[in-house]
Design a protein around this ligand. Sequence first.
Ligand SMILES: C[S@@+](CC[C@H](N)C(=O)[O-])C[C@H]1O[C@@H](n2cnc3c(N)ncnc32)[C@H](O)[C@@H]1O
Length: 194
Amino acid sequence: MRRRVRLIASGRELLRIRGHYGIDAPYVPLYMGAGGAGLALAAVVLAAIGQSWWPVLADAAVASLASAGLYLYCTLRGKLVVWARILASLRLRGDERALDVGCGRGAVLLMVAKLLPRGHVVGLDLWKTSDQSGNDPAATLANARAEGVADRVELVTGDMRAMALPTAASTSSRAAWRSTTSPRPLDAEPRSTR
Ligand SMILES: C[S@@+](CC[C@H](N)C(=O)[O-])C[C@H]1O[C@@H](n2cnc3c(N)ncnc32)[C@H](O)[C@@H]1O
């Protein structure tokens, strides 16, 4: 019981969110919302001209609009709650190193960084805006500053499918990433807070 209380407290601390983490696959709720609005309009028109099956379209409109709302809740808040619980339950020491593959604007990456005050986190991403709204390393760095963890966050631009994981034999993991993540090497432009 005492352990559970500690985990919940830790998860609550992770949920003091100061950054802005965007919307995952932003076209999805947009299409759901637009579709729902279109169906609602069609239902109104059908009802106005006396068609008896307008409730079918009205039901579909409600389902579509409710799905859009649920989607937005999950992407803006729900996934953060779930991740906070999972990460708090890991009971990290605080000096580990972590890699977030597909970190986006840092929702998970920066929660991990909060749990690693003496550690280091690396976020790898291609920054696709179709996968997350406003996806950009500058947004992630701004979030790292807002969350107070910028000193231990490093960002790398690269494709996870071309990523060679650092091995125990590597002199340092950063050196391994430098030589293997290629679309834009770290040296080409500032990507890191260090
Ligand atoms: C749905 S977003 C999730 C971002 C973040 N993990 C979060 O929970 O907020 C998926 C992320 O994966 C990235 N991504 C997709 N394909 C990738 C690839 N092949 N290599 C690296 N990143 C990729 C996208 O740019 C995007 O930032």
